[in-house]
Write a protein that binds this ligand. Structure first.
Ligand SMILES: Nc1ncnc2c1ncn2[C@@H]1O[C@H](COP(=O)(O)OP(=O)(O)OP(=O)(O)O)[C@@H](O)[C@H]1O
Length: 305
């Protein structure tokens, strides 16, 4: 297994995306991967109505071993969708993504946990889905629970009784035990208190020091600058920039500033139009008022007579 990975990275990038695109279809089920069905079940997508659209299209990039790549962009531009395609959770409708090496995905806050199973059962289930043997999980179980700071009395309670923070902590603790060479992390660092965040940072530092590759989706600039050497800026459904993290964030911030200015101008113009329309209506009402045809409110009527 390791040799396959080494062979792949010495001969090229760890992740290769070529002309990647995904569409969310109207009134028909999109092709779903097994993983996707596991996470979301077989129910129809509730959003699959209205027009078909491509949240992402024509996205190409290479990621080398040891890179830590931040994906930045506005809400809804397809960052998580891109990560899901790399993880194999979503099948692209166009193009291809090749991933050379095992992937440790931390994509959803609950890490694919089943609410009806206990914390312990979920650790074994999700751990084994990620390729850990029972023995490996046995050996690391205590460390996982310690890291997650889940009290012993809760570990045998169904996770539906856990707070969202507890679920995220347990999910992160489990995934950080995986020795997979590629880590995909989606906004997970946004959750958890300060002390837990510090532990996560240290865990990620350790993983990155080990020449592992990470792709991180985050709106937190500090996190992005701390870990990432590269940035992919996703804008309007395509890859606008593939550069160093500072330049990617600078471009994103510049666009955000311009957009805010544009919105302000539009709001001001709208306000002015509304005021002008209001004045016009008032003037028309006054003009139509037989008691006050000159619009003076009758103040100078007596003088004129
Ligand atoms: N399963 C789905 N069915 C239909 N539309 C979807 C589905 N998943 C995502 N979308 C839509 O695709 C677009 C991209 O979503 P995505 O979650 O990838 O954006 P994002 O950049 O990660 O957003 P955020 O920063 O808010 O997390 C959005 O318009 C979203 O509503």
């Amino acid at each position: 297994m390791a040799s396959t990975y080494e062979a792949a990275v010495t001969s090229g990038p760890v992740i290769e995306a070529r002309g990647l695109g995904v569409k969310f279809a109207v009134n028909r089920r999109r092709k779903r991967s097994l993983r996707e069905m596991f996470i979301h079940g077989t129910k129809r997508d509730p959003n699959a109505e209205g027009n078909e659209f491509w949240p992402l299209r024509d996205v190409s990039f290479d990621i080398a071993k040891g890179d830590c790549v931040g994906i930045v962009g506005k809400n809804g531009t397809g960052k998580s969708t891109l990560l899901k395609m790399i993880a194999g959770v979503l099948i692209p409708d166009e193009g291809k993504v090749s991933v050379h090496g095992k992937v440790a995905p931390l994509l959803e806050l609950r890490a694919g946990f089943n609410d009806n199973l206990t914390g312990r059962e979920n650790v074994y289930l999700v751990g084994s889905l990620h390729g850990m043997t029972e023995k490996e999980i046995d050996e690391r179980f205590e460390e996982i629970v310690d890291f997650a700071e889940v009290k012993p009395k809760f570990i045998d309670t169904p996770v539906r009784h856990y707070s969202s923070g507890m679920k995220v902590r347990l999910g992160f603790a489990l995934i950080s035990q995986l020795e997979h060479p590629i880590m995909l992390v989606d906004e997970v660092l946004a959750v958890g208190d300060k002390a837990f965040k510090r532990k996560c940072y240290e865990a990620i530092d350790r993983m990155l020091a080990n020449e592992r590759t990470m792709v991180l989706v985050s709106h937190n600039e500090k996190d992005l600058r701390r870990f990432c050497n590269r940035g992919l800026y996703v804008k309007g459904g395509s890859l606008a920039l593939d550069t160093d993290i500072d330049s990617a964030l600078a471009a994103y911030n510049e666009d955000t500033k311009a957009e805010i200015e544009e919105r302000k101008k539009k709001d001001e113009a709208k306000k002015k139009r509304a005021e002008a329309a209001e004045k016009k209506v008032e003037a028309e009402e006054r003009a139509a008022d037989p008691e006050d045809p000159d619009g003076t409110g009758g103040k100078d009527g007596g003088q004129a007579a």
